[in-house]
Write a protein that binds this ligand. Sequence first.
Ligand SMILES: [Zn+2]
Ligand SMILES: [Zn+2]
Ligand SMILES: [Zn+2]
Length: 250
Amino acid sequence: MHEVKLKFIGTSDTAGTPVYGCNCTACSMYRESGRVNGPSCAYIDFGESVIFIDSGSDLLLKIREGKKFIAQFLTHFHADHAYGLLRLRHMAASVPCYHPKDERGFADVLQRPHGFRFIENRPFESIIIQNIEFIPVPLVHTRPTHGYIIKTPNKSIAYLTDCSDIEKQSLEFLKEQRLDCVFIDASYDIVYDEGKHLNFDKANKMINKIGAKEGFLIHQSHYSLSYILKHKIKLKYPYIFEGFEYKLSQ
Ligand SMILES: [Zn+2]
Ligand SMILES: [Zn+2]
Ligand SMILES: [Zn+2]
């Protein structure tokens, strides 16, 4: 197996960082350093080909250029995860897009798939592509949502966004996998909580419950980042940012 990596294009919530016109600690820090963190999405880079996990960024189009686009996995149809499908679908090849059952979909992409073949996931049933196993795991969110267990011959990880909780069946299943690493939604700080996502404290506890060897937080809001910076909070499982890479091969 060539070097295979999971690469994060963005790790923010839908607002991104910096938020327009916001001068909070996190947004100011981002603005001063000229960085931009877009909505959470990632891809598996095989070198000459790619598999996308969610599609909330235009940058996916650049990455696809010159590389074979093998498959798309979608966690759910909220726009910050599905937006890129509007443009990516305009391709000649028939690319499978795996997604949870959700009749509403996003815009008209289900009715006008163009280059995509939309395939509904069966929870807990494996999909094998390029010697990698993907297992959809239902999560609690405001739309039907699946996290994905991703298994290579060397690593077993889970990509778990977006979620406000994980129900017993999914949690037990995740525990059984003896995961090397978990990437999980931690949109909120511990003061602001609308109940649609986990906060950083709940997310850290969830990684402990799952029993993964390593864990990282994604889908952060500028509120949660500012809170962490302001209160100098050291998390056992920290936030990661745009450009983060995780090696899936040896
Ligand atoms: Zn801000
Ligand atoms: Zn969502
Ligand atoms: Zn989201």
